[in-house]
Ligand binder design. Structure first.
Ligand SMILES: [Zn+2]
Length: 727
């Protein structure tokens, strides 16, 4: 996942633009005269390499004053731009906006990174206080009539501009219109109120979900109930219980998805059912963490917002500036795949029921049994044992000899770990990135282990965006939720985890290779249905033979993975794709259902709405629940993927199609990598995505490679692929 949190980073070019320029006097910095402000590390650009955040000086107390002052400064800058007497030009208006808000961007990027990856009560309170103010701040910019008049004047004369400037002006103009710049004053006031409420509800959703997920952990004082877990996992479960003052017990924390990794191992059927229910009902207990009223109002509110802005539904509004353009295009991509996908999933279920019957199980499989028997079928069929496989995926080796190694082969870059750059938590690691010619180019942070104060899933974002205008280098980070080993034990990953690591690093590469002038269009600041393309594309290299052989070595002996196990991993590549694709499509269609509610719709009964929507799209199959049910679907209620969860599949079409281009042109070569870097990864959002893709591929994307890769049609000889992890 690529996190575009809050409107602040999601839509506000002016804000996202306002990156860390070389230290310069900032307008309105008078407040820095007070002693408290003078000591605030955000009030001036960081003096660390590439303006890396000074985490040794940043404390919880520094965020709120810096956010407040940052908004004040940016508003003053915006007022100055809007009220100047000079005729509007690209330089005095658009470029000036790109330069504005340096302090706010500096603090907001760090604040939202920590609010997701390392939160606490203080940060949550700041988020509650500031989120609605930030939404209002954005409105104050986009609903400023004088500023919009200047943008319109430049837009009208845009044909005289350079290509990247023209594209940027069109983007600004669209953003202003979409933010309500053309509305009457009364409608603007209504929109402001809706935006404020939306941001408050989104924060409320995130905080309840974190609490509900934490509370949903299952515990036992009877070790037998957790039978099937490895000794290392049991030690981790005991440590997790101890951390919550449950000495002598064992605790399994919930992951963000419906299905939990432990389901594959737990031999006690009642425990599996308990874990499944804890997961699916985590935010539906009619208590303080119940999300249903929150999400029902969010859906209704977004429909109201769409109507106000002149769109039939929120999805229509949301997809207009995406590569897909309309909800119909997005929905069709998925519904076209429903028959083959559901048939494959039902086939997988039948195979498992046969196994259960052969073992005289005497029961009909439930959804909580799927992973467990799937694992057994996999073991029988492919002789794959996850606990054995894991021993070949030691985290540090996967990172350096796999992820970094692949990036070196394709793009020539190298990495050096830095221990002198401050971090926000001891588990976080920092690497300096060097280009093919040996020149230092960027910083990369990695925060891989699960923590109770970290949101679920995996994502990438930046502390500093690249910009030629501001002279900034990329400072990007990856956050994951891999199981943390007990002290002294190696961190062993599943192959899914390995794929996630490659995925998130694919996002990182998008940020690292950015080579644009304007910060608001740098790196991964692209439409959502494109942004998952570089990340999913990078997953493919995890299975490239020369890469795999370089990192998949036994953690104790260093021996390469036995040929048979490797063959099994490859052969099993499309196994389970019925389930994986079905659970994803169910969630993505649920997202579209919620966001195609017409404007006047009543507040919905969440449980009833969900059931009916799944039925309508023929994905109501009890054995394959959606990857996220409505009440804990963070992508669409708390993150930046509202009406956009389909984007993973859309991007996956590009991913597999682009990978086939590599196959057709000699595979993993430096030359091919360089071409991809120059034509795709360096371009950010400086042109239309379909044109960018066409230039690289030589034609429009085709869905065929994806269907073949997932085994949803007869594959040609030699086609292999990875499943999409980290969704
Ligand atoms: Zn992603």
């Amino acid at each position: 996942m690529f996190h575009k949190r809050l409107l602040l980073v999601a839509m506000t070019a002016a804000l996202a633009a306002a990156a860390q320029a070389a230290p310069k006097p900032e307008a309105g910095a008078t407040a820095a005269a007070t002693p408290a402000a003078a000591a605030n590390p955000f009030f001036s650009a960081s003096t660390l390499q590439y303006q890396a955040p000074p985490f040794d000086k940043i404390t919880d107390a520094t965020f709120q004053p810096a956010i407040e002052e940052g908004m004040k400064q940016q508003l003053a800058e915006i007022e100055k731009i809007a009220n100047q007497s000079d005729a509007p030009t690209f330089a005095n208006t658009i470029e000036a906006m790109e330069r504005s808000g340096a302090l706010l961007t500096r603090v907001a990027k760090v604040f939202f990174a920590l609010a997701q990856a390392n939160t606490n009560d203080t940060l949550q309170q700041v988020q509650r206080d500031e989120a609605p103010k930030l939404a209002a701040h954005q409105d104050a910019i986009y609903l400023n009539p004088k500023l919009f008049a200047r943008v319109e004047a430049i837009y009208a004369a845009r044909d005289k501009l350079a290509a990247d400037e023209k594209f940027l002006v069109e983007r600004y103009h669209r953003q202003f219109v979409r933010a309500g710049a053309n509305l009457s004053e009364a409608d603007k006031a209504t929109l402001r109120a809706l935006n404020k409420e939306e941001s408050t509800l989104q924060t409320e959703f995130q905080n309840k979900l974190l609490a509900g997920t934490k509370a949903g952990a299952i515990t036992t004082a009877n070790k037998a109930e957790f039978a099937g877990l490895s000794d290392a996992e049991l030690s981790a479960a005991a440590a997790a219980a101890k951390e919550r003052k449950l000495d002598g017990e064992w605790l399994l924390p919930l992951q963000n998805t419906t299905q939990q990794p432990a389901q594959a191992e737990l031999t006690n059927r009642a425990t599996r059912e308990r874990l499944f229910k804890a997961s699916t009902e985590r935010t539906e207990h009619n208590d303080a963490n119940d999300e249903r009223a929150t999400v029902a109002r969010l859906a209704q509110l977004r429909a109201q917002k769409a109507k106000l802005l002149g769109y039939p539904t929120y999805a229509a509004y949301s997809l207009e500036d995406q590569m897909a353009k309309t909800p119909d295009h997005a929905i069709k991509l998925m519904t076209d795949m429903v028959p083959a996908t559901m048939a494959k999933a039902r086939g997988e279920a039948a195979q498992m029921q046969k196994l259960i019957d052969a073992q005289n199980g005497g029961f009909q499989m439930g959804p909580w049994d799927w992973q467990f028997y799937s694992e057994q079928v996999k073991r029988n069929e492919f002789k794959l044992d996850e606990s054995q496989v894991k021993q070949y995926f030691e985290l540090d080796r996967v990172l350096k000899d796999g992820v970094f190694f692949a990036a070196n082969k394709l793009y020539g870059i190298t990495f050096k770990e830095r221990h002198d750059i401050p971090v926000y938590q001891p588990d976080v690691r920092v690497f300096e990135v060097f280009d093919a010619d040996g020149k230092s180019m960027a910083l990369f942070y990695a925060d891989y282990f699960k923590r109770d104060n970290k949101a679920g899933g995996a994502w990438m974002d930046s502390f500093v965006d690249q910009s030629g205008l501001l002279g900034t280098h990329p400072v990007v980070f990856n956050v994951c939720n891999f199981s943390k080993p007990v002290a002294g034990q190696p961190a062993l990953l599943t192959f899914d985890d390995v794929t996630t690591m490659f995925h998130e690093f694919g996002h990182a590469l998008h940020g690292l290779f950015s080579n644009v002038k304007f910060p608001s269009v740098a790196g991964a600041n692209t439409p959502r249905d494109f942004v998952e393309f570089p990340s999913q594309f990078n997953e493919h290299w995890a299975q490239e033979p020369s890469v795999f052989a370089n990192y998949a070595k036994h953690y104790k002996t260093g021996a390469p993975m036995p040929a048979e196990m490797l063959k099994s991993i490859k052969d099993s590549g499309t196994y389970g794709q019925g389930y994986a694709t079905a659970e994803y499509i169910a969630a993505a269609l649920l997202d579209q259902a919620w966001h195609t509610l017409p404007a006047g719709a009543e507040k919905q009964d969440v449980d009833k709405f969900e059931a009916e929507a799944l039925k309508r799209y023929n994905v109501d199959y009890a054995l394959v629940p959606p990857r996220y049910r409505t009440s804990y679907f963070a992508h669409i209620w708390g993150g930046g993927y509202s009406a956009g969860y389909y984007a993973y599949l859309w991007s996956a079409v590009l991913r597999d199609d682009a990978f086939y281009w590599f196959k057709e042109h000699g595979g993993m070569t430096r030359e091919n990598g360089q071409r991809f870097r120059e034509m795709v990864l360096s371009k950010g959002s400086t042109m239309e995505m379909d044109a960018m893709y066409r230039a690289f591929r030589g034609r429009d994307p085709s869905v065929e490679p994806l269907l073949e890769t997932r085994g949803l049609k007869t594959p040609p000889a030699g086609a292999t692929g990875s499943s999409g992890a980290s969704k």
